[in-house]
Design a protein around this ligand. Structure first.
Ligand code: PLP
Length: 229
């Protein structure tokens, strides 16, 4: 068995272990983050049952869509410039990084043009880090309310990239804050908004993210090894 196959097996076992210790016990969806890795690497992952991949750059994503077509489902997980929405909105199952009005407007506009509903997660900058994208915690509700009437943009949950720190207690606190925010929004029953997905947890922290309530994890280097850029 290849290294990718071995790692996928271990990661899946660890996901299952964390899920059994989670508060919700919900199934967890694995997004294999393939950024910087070639189509050959993705082909290998497909053999081991990967169904969903995450990419953070539009150009790289479109190259992979051209090469692989509908054999895998695509997630846009990185910062997205409004002028590049047109290249991907039709081909991705989920944009994880919706974090500002201009981007929402562009997604809605493109969606209307082709009558295609674009599914998105609101990205939250839960660690309040200057270096990161995402909505500030207290901007999430006002932003959501400003786009809730958009006919071709559907909000399906929340996403966050936690700070890259070793402090497990602090990370748990942030993940809990995301869970509480998701529940708060769900309880408001906005028409057309479903808090289905909570996308949080990466190679370093997916175990604790799942224990706290993540149901979608984005794992790259643990499966594919170090990235070179
Ligand atoms: C790169 C990336 C990941 C995966 O990171 P790893 O540490 O390699 O697992 C997850 N989410 C986002 C938004 C990323 O850019």
């Amino acid at each position: 068995m290849s290294t990718i196959g071995d790692e996928l097996k271990r990661v899946r076992e660890e996901i299952e272990e964390a899920r059994r210790h989670s508060l919700t016990g919900e199934p967890v969806q694995l997004i294999a983050v393939t950024k910087t890795h070639g189509v050959d690497v993705i082909e290998e992952a497909l053999k081991y049952g990967v169904t969903d991949i995450g990419e953070n750059k539009v150009q790289e994503l479109t190259q992979k869509i051209d090469a692989l077509g509908s054999r895998v489902r695509y997630h846009m997980i990185g910062n997205l410039q409004s002028n590049k929405v047109k290249y991907i909105y039709n081909d991705v199952v989920l944009i994880h990084s919706l974090d500002r009005p201009s981007l929402a407007k562009e997604i809605q506009k493109r969606g209307c043009e082709t009558d295609h509903v674009v599914h998105c997660l609101l990205e939250v900058n839960i660690g309040d880090e200057a270096s990161k994208g995402g909505l500030a915690y207290d901007q999430v509700l006002p932003f959501l309310e400003s786009i809730v009437d958009y006919s071709h943009l559907k909000v399906d949950g929340l996403m966050t990239v936690a700070p890259n720190v070793d402090d497990e207690a602090y990370l748990r606190k942030l993940f809990r804050k995301m869970v509480a925010l998701k529940e708060d929004i769900a309880g408001r029953h906005y028409e057309g908004v479903d808090m289905t997905h909570l996308s949080m947890g990466m190679s370093q922290d997916f175990h604790i993210a799942i224990e706290e309530g993540a149901n979608m994890v984005r794992v790259g280097s643990r499966i594919f090894g170090a990235r070179h850029y």
